[in-house]
Design a protein around this ligand. Structure first.
Ligand code: SF4
Length: 412
C-alpha cells in the first residue's frame, strides 16, 4: 500500500474576508496575531485541535511535501509554525529535501518573523500579492497596500538570493472588474521585475454569497468579456514565456526547476493527508473534507477520537484508485496532458479497446484538434497555450461526455 507522502495543513484565520473569497476562513480583525493580541486565544485553541487531528492519523511514511495554507498562515508566530512542523515531523518524519511551503500575505508578517519562519524549516513561500495597484487592492477588500507588498517582496527575495529559501511564488489575480490589457500588462511586468521564480495567476471567479456576487447582481461590477479575457490570457503566456517561465499547469508558471512539487501531487492523482478545519484529504482515491466550521470540526474530532476511525483507516478502501474522471480533469490541466496508453493500463483495456476508444475521443474533440487547441503526441493529448488552456472547460466537457458515452453514465 502506498501511503501519502504529502500533507496539507489548513490555517483558517484572516484579518478580514476579502470581497471575492468564499473559503472557510475566520476573520479576526486587523490586529490579529498568533501568540498575543486579539485573536490569539482563538489561534491557540485551533492549533490544539490541529495537533489532535494529526495525532489521530496513521503514521504512514515520511513526508516529501508539506503545504501550510489558508486563510493567512503567516498570522501564526514563527514559534507556532515551528511547533506545528515539529509535531508533524515527530508523527510522520520528513524526507531529506522535503518541500515545505507556507502561504503568506503582505502586512501579516515582518522581516523578523519571516526569518523565524525560515528558521522553523519553511523552504518555500507563496505570497498572496494579487495586485500592485492600491485601487485594485482596495476594490478586492485586501488588507495590504502596494507598499506592504513591495516590502514583503524585498525581504523574500533577499532570503532567496542568500539561499535560505529554495523557491517562492507570487500570486496575482486577473480578469478583474474594469481591468484592461494595458493595466494587466503593467501588473505582469511589475511582477517579473521582482524576479520570483514561480507565478500563480488566477482568474477572478464570482462565488455565491460574496460581496462581489452581490455587486455583480446589482450591476455594479463590469467584468472583462470573453474576447478581452482571451487577450489577457494570451498576453500573459507571451510575456511569461519570453521571461523564461513555462506554464506547467493552467494557473501556474515556473522557471526551470521551480514547479511546485506539492501542487503536482494534487494533479498527479496521488494521495495526500489533509488536516484542519475545512481541509480536504485524498486517500487511495477517496476524498474527505473536514467540517468547515470550528464547532463541527471539534465535534468531528471528538467522535473520531472515540472511534479511532482515522487511526486504523478502517473506513478507507485502500485498493481503490483515483476516480477516472478526476484523472482526466487533472491530467488535462497539466502541460503533460492525458496519456491514453497509461489510462488504458489502469482500466484494463485491450489494445483494440485503446484504439477504438481513442478514435472516439478524437471524434469528440474533432473541432479543437482541427483548430490546433489540442495537440496529439503518440497516445498523449495536451492543451496548447494559451488557446487550448483558455477554453479548457469546453474541452473538459467534451472529454467527460466521451467518458459518459463509454460507460453509459451521466454527469448531470
Ligand atoms: S486573505 Fe485569502 S483566504 Fe483570507 S479572506 Fe482574503 S482571499 Fe480569502
Amino acid at each position: 500500500m502506498n501511503y501519502p507522502q504529502s500533507a496539507y495543513l489548513h490555517i483558517p484565520f484572516c484579518y478580514r474576508r476579502c470581497f471575492y473569497c468564499d473559503f472557510p476562513v475566520v476573520p479576526l480583525g486587523d490586529s490579529a496575531r498568533g501568540e498575543h493580541g486579539p485573536g490569539s486565544n482563538s489561534i491557540k485553541s485551533y492549533l490544539d485541535l490541529l495537533y489532535r487531528d494529526i495525532s489521530l492519523t496513521s503514521k504512514g511514511i515520511p513526508l516529501a511535501t508539506i503545504y501550510i495554507g489558508g486563510g493567512t498562515p503567516s498570522l501564526l508566530s514563527a514559534s507556532q509554525v515551528a511547533s506545528l512542523l515539529d509535531h508533524l515531523r515527530s508523527h510522520f518524519g520528513f524526507q531529506y529535501g522535503a518541500e515545505i511551503t507556507l502561504e503568506i500575505d503582505p502586512a501579516s508578517f515582518d522581516k523578523r518573523s519571516l526569518e523565524g519562519f525560515l528558521d522553523a524549516g519553511i523552504n518555500r513561500l507563496s505570497l498572496g500579492a494579487q495586485s500592485f495597484d492600491d485601487n485594485v487592492l482596495r476594490e478586492l477588500g485586501r488588507s495590504h497596500s502596494s507598499n506592504d507588498l513591495l516590502e514583503a517582496c524585498d525581504w523574500i527575495q533577499e532570503n532567496f538570493k542568500r539561499g535560505r529559501l529554495a523557491s517562492w511564488s507570487l500570486d496575482l489575480i486577473r480578469n478583474l472588474p474594469g481591468q484592461n490589457l494595458i493595466a494587466w500588462k503593467r501588473q505582469l511586468l511589475k511582477a517579473i521585475s521582482i524576479a520570483p521564480p514561480h507565478l500563480s495567476i488566477y482568474d477572478l471567479t464570482i462565488e455565491k454569497g460574496t460581496v462581489f456576487a452581490w455587486r455583480v447582481n446589482r450591476g455594479e461590477l463590469s467584468l472583462p468579456n470573453d474576447d478581452l479575457s482571451f487577450d489577457i490570457s494570451k498576453i500573459t503566456s507571451q510575456i511569461l514565456n519570453r521571461a523564461g517561465f513555462s506554464r506547467y499547469e493552467i494557473s501556474n508558471y515556473a522557471l526551470p526547476g521551480h514547479a511546485s512539487r506539492h501542487n503536482r501531487v494534487y494533479w498527479s492523482g496521488a494521495s495526500w493527508w489533509g488536516f484542519g478545519q475545512g481541509a480536504t484529504a485524498c486517500l487511495w482515491g477517496n476524498r474527505f473534507s473536514r467540517p468547515r466550521t470550528r464547532k463541527l470540526y471539534k465535534e468531528w474530532l471528538e467522535t473520531e477520537e472515540t472511534t479511532s476511525k482515522l487511526g486504523s483507516l478502517k473506513s478507507i478502501k485502500k485498493s481503490q484508485s483515483i476516480p477516472i474522471e478526476d484523472l482526466l480533469i487533472v491530467g488535462l490541466r497539466r502541460r503533460e496532458g492525458v496519456n491514453m496508453q497509461e489510462l488504458s493500463k489502469g482500466l484494463g483495456w485491450t489494445n483494440n479497446q485503446l484504439e477504438t476508444n481513442t478514435k472516439e475521443l478524437k471524434m469528440a474533440w474533432a473541432y479543437p484538434l482541427k483548430k490546433g487547441w489540442i495537440k496529439q503526441k503518440g497516445w498523449r493529448f495536451y492543451l496548447t497555450d494559451p488557446e487550448g488552456m483558455e477554453i479548457s472547460n469546453q474541452i473538459l466537457v467534451q472529454m467527460l461526455e466521451w467518458w459518459e458515452s463509454l460507460n453509459g453514465c451521466s454527469y448531470d
